[in-house]
Design a protein around this ligand. Sequence first.
Ligand code: SF4
Length: 325
Amino acid sequence: MNILSVEYLSVHIHYPDKNIYLLRDISFTLKRGETLAIIGESGCGKSTLCKMIVGLLPPHFQTGGTLNFFKNDNTVIKITNREDPRFKNLRGSNISMVFQDAPGSINPLFKCGKQIVDVLKEHASDSSSQNKQQAIQLIEQVGLSDAEAVFNKYPHQLSGGMSQRIALALALASHPRILMADEPTSSLDSIAKKQYLDLLQELKKKNNLSLILVTHDLNEALGFSDSMLVIYNGHGIEYRNTTDIQRAPAHPYTNALLDIQTALNQNRLPRPIPGATPSITQSIPGCPYHPRCQRASDLCRNTFPLPTALSESHFVCCHRPLETN
Ligand code: SF4
């Protein structure tokens, strides 16, 4: 059963002489209990997508598309306008987010415990002593020892890894059904990264969460997710379950990323993708990947490939997809 479906999301900034698109026609579905990885290089639009889904984009960003939030009884809250008052209510109770700069997302002026209690109070009607107990339990749940001492610390008294976990506790304090984690491990070393991902898995099971993991690390996405959305230059270019996308990618860019990852895992020198990643503000005619694609044809150079369903749960934006059988 679905918990979230996203249809044709787009984000642009309007200038007098042109519109600059940061995201175009992004569609995917998140099922209950599933982990979806959103994968792409830095600057491809992943963080913009997260902020759009939780309604945190600046007002001058113009948005389009539909967000469908499925309730437990399977009725749908359809959001087509971010000014819709229901959208604000969904934030926290339905979906919450751990930001890429987790330490920077914690208020430096208040003790960690107070910040968690404030979120708990906003989403429940318990007495403050119960809230304090719950906050301490949350600090324990995210794997921090001596939770009572951490409760009374200011953010500047925490290490980077501890701040990361407090940011996670804050995100969980609203009892969300969907947790979105934007590059949560980018500042961690490989051991801390593995521990954090294991913790996310554990919390996901314990709290019955559905998870959206945003990452530029393909190994992380492959090892951790049930399905994947690949983004390139603001476009969702391929969406499929992770096992099948790894076995048989349809988009040449997905294929190139997987080749690079395989070479790295085997300690071989990877064959780089020719050319450079385009800037998100760069408007490329036709398929945005065509200057780097060895399969490019005149059609690719002139016409944008619309999303095509290769099967019920496999979408690709490519005029000449690779064989997937
Ligand atoms: S549409 Fe053409 S250029 Fe773009 S990825 Fe497919 S084959 Fe390559």
